[in-house]
Design a protein around this ligand. Structure first.
Ligand code: PMP
Length: 440
């Protein structure tokens, strides 16, 4: 009997009793390799001494000061660090406590920006199908995961969705990458023209799709075209890098690989590496300056924003990643992981696609490879793989059971940036056994 309301109300997960490096230990002392970093969170692994020490030192200085009264050196330091390495034009930082809060803040900032510059008619948000932007109402309305949205639809603000750039599912037979990138990006322009471009606030997209479709990278040139279309119609581009950002794909920000910069960017998970709950919006000077010159005030806020303990953890995590040069390990181990997944699952009759960037890789499970037909959601293939993996001491992030009839079940791997070749081999071995046990 548990008093705690878990995700499942009919089963209680094992008790996580301790954690070190890439392993979590349950109360019986069983070990699990954290091959998903929780939900792509634990980028440094668990129990890193530099982070623990930084948090202890911060606690002894000041643990909390409300941002309505004070700023703190540690929050200022984090903002400084983030701007130093941010994509061009993103020069301000709004600190919150997680991914959904970051998305909500970005949406409201986009709206307030247009009110401030005298374009209050801009009210529509365009996002993409097969996307996830969080579970609070604005973020849920923005996301395109029908299964998550369905029963809450009456509570959601109206948003508009176009198909994502998702080669495995939407690129046509014989269509070149270039043509597909153009077709996928043109869907945005068509939607803008349908709604009236002067009524649209922002286009929101995950640079590399995470929780709904499983590590789907964009086709080359797609985001350059998206940037161009947004600029042509004066629409803000919001990139949601809550999951794919902060080094996960091998560069600090995933959009660096696309050669573009957004107007607003949300980050979270890897920012604090799970040591503290923290998220942020990186804000372009265009938006900041307009709001500063206008009302001089962003009409938003949360009790725990800019929390010193969270900022201290994030500064320590980010300094450690730089000091230990972990992004080069993400690149090397990411290539190795991709190679090993292809070797193990390339000919598997229920694996339709293997995809990803850096240490953000996924396999998509299908009933039939030739037609790409997903398993019937009632088979709960993703849950079966998770169960078999946990039984083998492996944490993976499985998703699926979507009701859009497009995406199949998939399994996401997002191990900590400190993984070694030996770890990668153990992860792929265990995953292979779990997939075979679940789907044969
Ligand atoms: N955006 C993206 C792209 C995400 O992957 C997530 C979390 N999976 C969120 C937003 C929401 O973040 P949180 O769960 O911290 O609210």
């Amino acid at each position: 009997m548990t008093r705690l309301m878990h995700r499942s109300l009919v089963s209680t997960p094992p008790v996580a009793a301790a954690a070190r490096g890439i392993e979590i230990f349950d109360a019986q002392g069983r070990s699990y390799i954290d091959a998903s970093g929780g939900a792509a969170v634990s980028c440094l692994g668990h129990g890193h001494p530099a982070v623990l020490e930084a948090m202890r030192a911060q606690m002894e200085t000041i643990a909390y000061a409300h941002t309505g009264f004070f700023t703190t050196d540690i929050a200022e330091k984090l903002a400084e660090m983030l701007v130093e390495d941010a994509p061009k034009g993103l020069e301000h930082v709004y600190l919150v406590s997680g991914g959904s809060e970051a998305v909500e803040a970005a949406l409201k900032m986009a709206r307030q920006y247009f009110v401030e510059i005298g374009q209050p008619q801009r009210r529509h948000i365009i996002a993409r199908r097969q996307s996830y932007h969080g579970n609070t109402l604005g973020a849920l309305a923005t996301g395109g995961n029908e299964w998550r949205r369905e029963q809450f639809r009456p509570l959601l603000v109206e948003t508009h969705h176009i198909d994502p750039c998702f080669a495995y599912r939407f690129q046509q037979e014989g269509e070149s990458d270039e043509d597909y990138a153009a077709r996928a990006a043109n869907a945005l322009e068509e939607k803008l023209l349908e709604l009236g471009p002067e009524t649209v606030l922002a286009f929101v997209a995950e640079t590399v799709v995470g929780a709904t479709a499983g590590a789907v990278p964009p086709v080359a040139d797609y985001f350059r075209r998206i940037r161009e279309i947004c600029d042509r119609y004066g629409v803000l581009l919001i990139l949601d890098e809550v999951m794919c950002g902060m080094g996960r794909t091998g560069t600090l920000h995933a959009c660096e690989q696309e050669g573009i910069a957004p107007d607003l960017m949300t980050i979270a998970k890897g920012l604090g590496g799970g040591y503290q709950p923290i998220g942020a919006v990186l804000v372009s000077s265009k938006i900041y300056d307009a709001m500063k010159a206008g009302s001089g005030f962003f009409q938003h806020g949360h009790t725990y924003m800019g929390h010193p303990m969270a900022a201290a953890a994030a500064v320590a995590v980010q300094e450690t990643i730089r000091r230990e040069n972990l992004l080069s390990n993400v690149k090397a181990m990411g290539s190795l992981l991709e190679e090993r997944l292809k070797a193990r699952f390339g000919n598997h009759h229920h694996v339709g696609d293997i995809r990803g960037r850096g240490l953000f890789q996924a396999i998509e499970l299908v009933e039939d490879r030739a037609s790409k037909r997903p398993f019937n959601p009632s088979r709960k293939v993703n849950a079966a793989i998770k169960k078999e993996a946990m039984a083998r001491g492996l944490m993976v992030y499985p998703m699926g059971g979507t009701i859009d009839g497009v995406t199949g079940d998939h399994v996401l791997l997002a191990p900590p940036f400190i993984v070694t070749q030996e770890d990668i081999d153990r992860i792929v071995d265990r995953l292979g056994e779990a997939v075979d046990a679940a789907v044969g």
